[in-house]
Design a protein. Structure first.
Length: 166
């Protein structure tokens, strides 16, 4: 069985509506004028329903394609923003290691810092997230734990607000 995609569901719905319109036209024609009028009314109603369905279906498929593109772009930007949050949090873990001051080497800390800065500087990162990430990275560079926790919480809140589902 073929999967039910929005286009297939629309096709099935439109086909059912055209059949229902044709049958309704034939029934109304039969009630008011006999077999010949039923045939003419059924054909006219079916043709009108099919024409309307084609116009509606084209418009709906164009809308589906636009919605799919928009969702893809939004999902990509959301993924990039969450990636920025993850890399800034990884840099914070290198600046303030839970295992003590010797838990992270200088090279690892520098690598995490470089990666966090590169990720925050990507063009695809939304402007608001980029600004808050830059502030958080500046605070992490100064190694102030309380301000760093607040900056990271603010970055997480901005990412969450930016991509909150309606």
């Amino acid at each position: 069985m073929a999967p039910i995609t929005p286009a297939r569901a629309l096709l099935l719905l439109v086909t059912g509506l055209v059949c229902l319109t044709t049958a309704s036209g034939a029934l109304i024609g039969a009630l008011f004028g006999g077999a010949r009028v039923a045939l003419v009314a059924g054909v006219c109603a079916g043709a009108a329903g099919a024409l309307g369905a084609l116009v509606f279906r084209r418009r709906a498929l164009a809308h589906f394609a636009a919605a799919r593109r928009h969702a893809g772009m939004r999902g990509y930007a959301e993924g990039i923003a969450h990636g920025v949050l993850v890399h800034v949090a990884a840099y914070e873990a290198a600046v303030f290691p839970r295992t003590g001051p010797l838990g992270v080497t200088r090279e690892e800390r520098a690598a995490r810092r470089t990666l966090a800065y590169r990720m925050a500087a990507l063009d695809e990162v939304p402007q608001r997230v980029r600004e808050v990430a830059a502030d958080a990275l500046a605070v992490l560079d100064s190694a102030d734990r309380t301000r760093a926790e607040e900056a990271l919480a603010q970055l997480a809140a901005v990412v969450r607000e930016e991509y909150a589902r309606p």
